[in-house]
Design a protein around this ligand. Structure first.
Ligand SMILES: [Cu+2]
Length: 506
């Protein structure tokens, strides 16, 4: 029914237009063609002037009305140290091109009004005018030079690379359809080298060179992790891509760079406003105090839900939007806390360590020793406080012996040194060292092997100055397995040395 009404309306409108045309034609016949044409010309010239006014007022008015949702105006000030310069460059360009835009449009419409066809007036021909040529060549040249030179100065600031003496944090972003892999350098503050030939989708999607020592502590954020950055710190972002062209765009920091397969790019910036500070500033604007979900007036306000974001600014495929990632800028202290937690899970240790691709198989790495020391400390204090026998036993994971002998391997040093420290720190603790073997070989031999191993550990601790009265040792041979003896892993679990905390007379 509605369709029919609309159809009828259009039909009637059509009829009206045709009828007006006929009436005009008839009027022209009555009054004479020329007079009617003059009237039309005058009317059109006035309409053009009206259009000019409406166009300029609406155009500039809407830009002013919506300015607070544009970067660089109102609440969306730049959150990086150089961003203000870029915003001012944009403003200069806007002001200059805006003036030209307004003047040329006024002239365009004014001329069409002023020089409309008038009976008896002849067109004026201007074949050549040097003054005019000079004016409209020199003025744009000067203005363009100003804008380009200004732009270059700012560009050089953003693109100057850092020297070896500069303090900065370098992270790496690798774009692919449809996500970013973000790599942090870890405790050594240096990213390991990469080689595309080493890329293996299952074991090494980034192509990291595992033999590079810098690879040991590198951290790779998982897909859902926020990118956390410390405020007031120079950040260098190394940008690469694996498949097609992407673009690493941080709108709030006014940085944007193509991610090109095979050609690493970079940019440098310094965040100056933490996410919390930025939210606080947004709160001053009424439009940001609206509920985040317009359907639900109880939902949080928009400013509370604000986050900086990383966007891919290259239309790279159908799920292009999914490359959005939250960026959080925090204080130095908060960053240190965050990175310390990440440092306990380096990418190399969690994905490649101990596999056939690991070039350091069989070695005990410094980072592993450090992490183990932290773990051992917490196991030790927990065992001191617990009640049950089972919980009072600590498996000394990093105590190793030479094959088939009771002699301690060099690698055990770190674990045993830490243990002696802990025993010195808690002088009320007495401990029993417990040796175990797997079920391979003769029972009696296993029994004596386990006993001499526990004894060697005890001797090591005594040499480190632990009071002999505090320590005892016992060998259990193969009698207390914790794993299945029919598999290699199970047997490895069973060959172990434990520490049992006996009393804690505090
Ligand atoms: Cu993309």
């Amino acid at each position: 029914m509605t369709g029919l009404i609309i159809f009828l309306i259009f039909l009637l409108l059509g009829v009206i237009v045709v009828q007006i045309g006929r009436v005009t034609e008839l009027a022209a016949k009555i009054r004479g063609e020329e007079e009617v044409e003059q009237q039309n010309t005058n009317r059109q010239a006035k309409m053009l002037m009206l259009f000019l006014v409406v166009f300029l007022v609406l155009g500039m008015g809407s830009a002013y009305y919506y300015k607070d949702v544009m970067l660089g105006y109102g609440p969306l000030v730049s959150a990086s140290s150089h961003g203000g310069d870029i915003d001012s460059l944009f403003n200069w360009t806007l002001v200059i091109t805006g003036i030209v835009f307004v003047i040329t449009h006024i002239l365009l419409f004014w001329f069409s009004y002023k020089y409309r066809s008038v009976k008896g007036r002849k067109a004026f021909f201007q074949p050549h005018n040097n003054t005019l040529e000079i004016i409209w060549t020199v003025v744009p040249a000067v203005v363009m030079t100003f804008l380009v030179v200004n732009g270059l100065v700012i560009w050089n600031e953003v693109m100057t690379d850092l020297g070896p003496d500069d303090q900065y944090l370098e992270i790496e972003a690798t774009g692919y359809q449809f996500a970013w892999d973000i790599r942090y350098p870890g405790a050594d503050n240096a990213l390991a080298t990469k080689n595309f030939r080493l890329i293996d989708p299952a074991t090494n999607p980034l192509g990291i060179d595992w033999s590079d020592d810098k690879a040991i502590d590198d951290i790779v954020l998982s897909g859902a992790d926020k990118i956390v950055l410390p405020v007031d710190t120079t950040i260098r972002v190394r940008i690469t891509a694996k498949d097609v062209l992407h673009n690493f765009y941080l709108p709030h920091f006014r940085v944007k760079m193509d991610a090109i397969p095979g050609l690493p790019t970079y940019f440098i910036f310094e965040p100056i406003t933490t996410t919390k500070e930025f939210r606080k500033n947004l709160k001053n604007y009424p439009e940001w105090r609206q509920p985040y979900d317009p359907e639900d007036p109880e939902s949080k306000e928009r400013w509370e839900m604000f986050d900086y974001e990383l966007a891919c600014a290259e239309l790279c495929g159908k799920s292009h939007y999914a490359m959005k990632r939250i960026v959080e800028v925090v204080t130095r202290e908060e960053y240190n806390e965050w990175i310390a937690e990440k440092n306990t899970k380096p990418y190399y240790l969690t994905t490649i360590r101990g596999t056939e691709n690991d070039p350091r198989k069989g070695q005990l790495l410094d980072v592993e020793k450090r992490l183990r020391n932290v773990e051992l400390t917490s196991e030790f204090t927990k065992a001191m406080e617990s009640e049950t026998l089972e919980d009072k036993i600590i498996n000394l994971k990093n105590v190793f012996y030479n094959t088939g002998s009771a002699n301690l391997d060099q690698k055990s040093q770190s674990e045993l040194d830490k243990l002696s420290q802990l025993l010195a720190q808690f002088p009320s603790v007495n401990a029993e060292l417990r040796g175990h073997t797997d079920n391979v070989g003769d029972d009696a031999l296993n029994f004596s092997l386990s006993e001499s191993r526990a004894n060697n550990v005890m001797q090591y601790l005594l040499n480190k100055g632990v009071n002999a009265e505090r320590l005892s040792r016992v060998g259990f041979g193969e009698t207390l397995p914790i794993g299945e003896n029919d598999s290699a892993e199970g047997r490895e679990q069973n060959r172990r040395t434990e520490l049992r905390i006996i009393s804690n007379s505090l």
